[in-house]
Design a protein around this ligand. Structure first.
Ligand code: DC
Length: 225
């Protein structure tokens, strides 16, 4: 359907990147690779080992030493892939609120980013991949064939997060979630290394007034051009 090798999708938390990336990869028959889960895996491991998250060198060593395996899903429980570390399936553990609250600290460390970027680039350069993150089009794979920057207002994104949590039967406080979304945006976009921002040649899609299917159709048409 397309000769494209690499499709990069970046954007802030809860902008719908994962949903778009997953469906686009499915439609094209490409690998779907969500780079955020690597930062989440290191954060979860550090918390699980009781490490001090403010100790940059300890956390960096962890990211350099621990291989994170991302493979096809082995269960049909809604997971887009398996995330395995040290033989443990941590696919759902990395979605815990404690990981949400701490992942921006971990992903701001330059050494952590360098270690994970290396792994991401190796996978990306094999081609036929839809890679999703914050810095794919700017840093990880700047030669990507298509770069999409998916954005939405903080209010819309917080509302979506809230609805997802309520659907899963969890409790959700909109005001608290909105504050977390805004804080995460602030940390992600102001960090010194690979801050969240659109690549100069990225195509911006604002999903405030578009539903998931409309965003998908627009992205698919960009990939077919
Ligand atoms: O997309 P997500 O919410 O799962 O991302 C988790 C965190 O990882 C988020 O704080 C941003 C960071 N991240 C990053 O810095 N670079 C990436 N390529 C992907 C995610």
């Amino acid at each position: 359907m397309t000769h494209l090798r690499i499709i990069a999708i970046d954007g802030p938390a809860a902008s719908g990147k994962s949903t778009l990336g997953f469906h686009l990869a499915e439609a094209l028959g490409y690998l779907y690779f969500d780079t955020g889960l690597m930062y989440r895996a290191i954060t979860w491991l550090a918390l699980d080992h009781g490490l001090d998250l403010t100790n940059e060198s300890t956390i960096t060593r962890l990211a350099q030493d621990v291989p994170i395996e991302v493979t096809e899903p082995s269960f049909e429980d809604g997971r887009p892939c398996d995330v395995v570390v040290d033989g443990h399936d941590i696919t759902w553990d990395i979605r815990q609120p404690e990981v949400d609250a701490n992942v921006s600290i971990v992903s701001a460390y330059p050494g952590v980013r360098e270690a994970l970027t290396r792994q991401q680039r190796r996978i990306g350069l094999r081609g036929r991949v839809v890679m999703v993150g914050r810095d794919i089009g700017t840093v990880v794979l700047p030669d990507a064939d298509v770069k999409i920057y998916l954005d939405a207002s903080a209010e819309v994104r917080a509302r979506r997060r809230c609805d997802e949590m309520l659907q899963r039967g969890e409790t959700a406080d909109f005001v608290q979630i909105l504050a977390q979304v805004i804080e995460r945006d602030r940390i992600d976009s102001t960090r010194a290394v690979a801050p969240l921002k659109p690549a100069d040649d990225a195509i911006l899609i604002d999903s405030d007034k578009l539903d998931a299917d409309a965003v998908f159709q627009r992205a698919l048409s960009l990939c077919k051009k």
